[in-house]
Design a protein around this ligand. Structure first.
Ligand code: ADP
Length: 484
């Protein structure tokens, strides 16, 4: 055995007890010999007999005490090792004492066997627990949701990396890594509703859910979370010892839902305006027809026809948006910039010549891969807008080029029209966004043209931007990779 431990306490106790007992029995034997026999205490041999007896007693007691204590050393060491308490007895922990566990039947064989069995079981359980901890930590760190567990004093017991990313400052992470009493939840967020629900869970043990916008480290303006709070209970007593709080980020879903609601509202509104007008003029025309008045009929029918056209354009744009969103599949083919541009210009030339607008195209780019029908729509909307919004006699320039040093296709549509004020630029590509509603409707706009352009360019893996200044014309630039 390599450790320097020996159960001296047991040894000495046993040793001294034996000496006392043996000496007492010596005294008793002496007394009996004196009373019953003819031995006298004045016998001159007494000191020699006693001295001899004492020496024999000391030797026998030491041997007997050693025989008891020595095998106990193994048992005690095993028990201490089980309890991880060797340090308490100043035993060298680094000392390898595998020999303790060799098969070597000793005096306390059954006890040792039981201790060995407990040790094996504990070792197995420890490995199992370490694996479970490792697995759950890995799982938690892979989880996109933020998870935190909070004890009954509202101190953080555990959190995953996503929680740290969203809610903890580097200072707080450092504090919690140092151990100690743990962070107070109230120092992390001061949202009364969340804290109230956590307390409620602790009180009544029922799972609580809520949706909340919380400011986070990543997004101080706030992100929407669906929050679930579950009580954690002791296995045996079922007593609540902590709560587990899960934050599921639903910001994207929330925004998409908001956009969808706004879209339906806007679309209904856009559809209702021409429909109300049609209904009004049809009623008036009917009344006039019944009264035999036909002088305004042609004007009524013209207005009705204009509104029907508007409806038709709007429905077409809505269908385009819907098909872009639902399919997302591109029909790729070789596109010759000159061919597609000339086709669009030819189609729009009657509108351009009505306003005496000059269109000019430059081709500094060869063929590339893209979806012909969709890119035709991009050109039609950009050039169509320029024709709609620039004054008579204006000029439109279309330029196809390649971004220097890349394979990125760049399409620029530039006009010398009224331009767009800066405050509108960041919202220009939103659905139904118009700078001047009345003017847009007047020229047959739906507010969807640029949203469609953005969608198509993005589905080609590209981006659209605008440069404009009031009174200095507008320039729309689309760039997207050649999808070879
Ligand atoms: P609309 O159908 O109203 O034209 P768009 O989405 O195509 O809708 O355009 C959004 C708004 O951007 C328009 O209402 C218009 O105010 C502005 N706009 C677009 N193109 C131009 C342009 N070339 N010059 C000035 N304003 C423009």
């Amino acid at each position: 055995m390599k450790s320097g431990f020996f159960p001296w306490r047991i040894f000495w106790k046993f040793y001294l007890t034996l000496i006392v007992l043996l000496n007492l029995s010596f005294v008793a034997a002496l007394f009996a010999a004196t009373v019953l026999g003819d031995f006298s205490l004045a016998d001159p041999r007494l000191p020699a007999i006693f001295g001899l007896f004492l020496i024999v007693t000391l030797g026998i007691s030491a041997l007997a005490a050693y025989r008891v204590a020595a095998p106990l050393k193994r048992v005690i060491l095993k028990a201490l090792r089980l309890a991880h308490k060797k340090r308490d007895l100043n035993i060298d922990e680094s000392a390898k004492d595998e020999d303790l566990f060799e098969y070597q039947p000793g005096e306390y064989y059954e006890l040792e066997q039981a201790l060995d069995q407990i040790r094996r079981k504990m070792k197995k359980r420890r490995i199992q627990l370490a694996h479970e901890r490792e697995e759950s930590q890995a799982l938690m760190s892979f989880l996109a949701d933020a998870v935190v567990s909070v004890d009954c004093d509202e101190r953080v017991k555990f959190f995953n990396s996503s929680f740290a990313k969203h809610f903890l400052s580097s200072e707080q992470i450092k504090t919690s890594n140092e151990g100690g009493p743990g962070l107070k939840l109230i120092d992390i967020f001061r949202d009364d509703e969340v804290l109230f629900k956590i307390r409620q869970v602790k009180k009544d043990g029922l799972v609580q859910t809520l949706q909340k916008r919380l400011s986070t480290k990543i997004d101080p303006t706030g992100r929407y979370f669906s929050i679930i709070i579950t009580p954690l209970r002791e296995e045996k007593t079922r007593e609540i010892y902590a709560s587990l709080v899960l934050f599921h980020d639903i910001t994207e879903y929330h925004l998409a839902e908001q956009i969808r609601v706004e879209f339906v509202e806007n679309a209904s509104h856009e559809l209702r305006t021409p429909l109300t007008s049609i209904k009004g003029f049809v009623t008036t025309a009917l009344d006039d027809a019944q009264a035999g008045r036909f002088d305004l009929m042609s004007s009524f029918l013209k207005t009705i026809s204009k509104n029907v056209d508007r409806l038709s354009v709007l429905v077409n744009d809505l269908l385009t948006i819907s098909s872009l969103e639902s399919s997302g599949v591109l029909n790729l083919e070789n596109i010759e910039p000159q061919e597609i541009t000339e086709e669009v210009m030819e189609r729009l030339s009657p509108l351009a010549s009505n306003k005496d607008i000059m269109m000019k195209a430059t081709y500094n780019r060869g063929a590339f891969r893209g979806d012909y029908r969709l890119l035709d729509q991009v050109l039609t909307n950009l050039v169509g807008n320029a024709i709609k919004y620039i004054p008579t006699g204006g000029r439109i320039e279309i330029l196809w080029s390649t971004d220097p040093g890349t394979d990125i296709v760049r399409l620029t549509v530039k006009d010398n029209g009224p331009g767009i004020a800066e405050e509108h630029l960041h919202r220009l590509f939103e659905r139904f966004y118009r700078v001047d509603k009345a003017r847009s409707r007047d020229v047959g706009g739906t507010g969807l043209g640029l949203a469609i352009v953005k969608h198509v360019v993005q589905s080609h893996g590209g981006q659209i931007s605008v440069r404009s200044e009031l009174g200095r014309g507008s320039e729309f630039i689309a760039h997207f990779p050649d999808r070879l």
